[in-house]
Write a new protein. Structure first.
Length: 391
């Protein structure tokens, strides 16, 4: 089976992790700050806060923006469930904004219409969370402008998008947002095994997220009630969590980040090949937004809904690891149980993920024909090719 994504682990990665295992620190040592510095440098952000998953990063991002009971978070219905779940974990209500049918990202026009209606009813969201689906940035200039107009905060869920660019700036520089979050899961562009990072230009938001990932504890006397009692002294000044990244994960991330640009370039080369091979087939290829350079975590095509199962089963039988990304969040049983209004998201059905990225595969595998003439597909390891999906 050709997987839709797989980590690319090289000798330098193994050596970096081995060195940590024989060092003095397995956690809370020098490697996490080094990894954070590498992400901040790559994105142009003033701060990068590393945690144990992108879900954790989204959670502390929302907490740092004071999202809580009585507030509302809006995100995309086409995403992994974590984007919405963090809103409920903060005690907030969650709702969704329909997607653009070409990019699968949050539609700015749909967002504007919904914001105007929400303002009239007095139910504006506190946080808007656009998702950079498949690695291509949402239209952040328009989304950011709307957020400023209506007084909302913005968290970019860029879990798919490290190494991508938007309007010739790196995704993660927060030019149009308060915080941006990346994932370093093994099927993403680069990996820390599990891990996430939140970037921001705000000193205050960075400091709070750093505190939230470590139980809400501080040794900063300026933040304490009363004076410090000595070098050993700390205070818990708010409710936090243990979301720390280990030194082993961070060491792997440091060496992986050195190859980020090469990985993204290779994925774009493969996506161009998919565009050519699929050009005359009866499916809709992913749209490419002007001014966006996608990290191509996934390559998603739309097929006729009544043929999706047949195509999926045939490709899987032929050893091509396609999948469906994503089942719309608002259709999940949990969200149905919340009595969320599930209508109005007309663009979020019918996508099949296709396009595997495994660098161990040969060119022949990467361009191999799909069964029964449906599709050609192929792969490369995480870092070298985009994943395949169908919506």
């Amino acid at each position: 089976m050709i997987p839709y994504g797989r980590q690319d682990i090289r000798p330098e990665d193994l050596e970096a992790v081995r060195e940590v295992l024989t060092s003095d620190f397995l956690t809370q040592g020098p490697k996490v700050p080094a990894f954070e510095a590498s992400v901040a440098k790559a994105t142009g952000a003033a701060h990068a806060v590393a945690v144990n998953s992108a879900t954790s990063a989204l959670h502390i991002a929302c907490l740092a923006l004071d999202l809580g009971p009585g507030d509302i978070l809006w995100t995309s219905p086409i995403t992994f469930v974590a984007s919405a779940n963090v809103g409920h974990l903060c005690g907030a209500e969650v709702d969704f904004v329909d997607i653009d049918p070409d990019t699968f990202n949050m539609c700015p026009q749909a967002l504007e219409t919904k914001l105007k209606a929400a303002k009239s009813s007095g139910r504006l969201p506190k946080v808007i969370m656009p998702v950079h689906m498949c690695g291509q940035s949402a239209d952040m200039a328009r989304i950011g402008a709307l957020a400023r107009e209506f007084g909302c905060k913005v968290v970019e869920d860029a879990s798919h998008a490290v190494g991508g660019r938007y309007l010739d700036r790196p995704i993660g520089d927060c030019a149009h947002s308060d915080i941006c979050v990346f994932s370093f899961h093994p099927v993403k562009i680069v990996t820390t095994a599990e891990g996430g990072v939140a970037t921001t230009q705000s000193d205050a938001l960075a400091a709070r997220m750093e505190r939230l990932r470590t139980h809400g504890v501080t040794r900063d006397e300026a933040l304490m009630e009363g004076a410090s009692e000595g070098g050993w002294y700390y205070q818990q000044i708010e409710l936090g969590l243990n979301y720390r990244m280990t030194e082993m994960q961070a060491a792997l991330g440091v060496t992986q980040m050195e190859r980020l640009d090469d990985y993204v370039a290779r994925r774009n080369t493969l996506a161009d090949r998919y565009d050519r091979v699929l050009g005359n087939m009866p499916l809709k290829r992913p749209g490419r937004q002007d001014g966006a350079y996608s990290a191509f975590h996934l390559y998603v095509v739309r097929v006729e809904a009544e043929k999706r199962r047949e195509i999926f089963d045939a490709l899987r039988a032929d050893g091509i690891g396609v999948n469906v990304h994503y089942i719309p969040v608002h259709l999940q049983p949990y969200w149905g149980a919340t009595r969320l209004q599930t209508g109005g998201f007309s663009q979020c059905r019918g996508v099949l993920r296709w396009g595997n990225f495994d660098p161990a595969l040969s060119r022949d595998d990467g361009g191999r024909s799909g069964p029964r003439g449906y599709v050609s597909g192929g792969g490369v390891r995480s870092g070298l090719t985009p994943g395949a999906s169908a919506a």
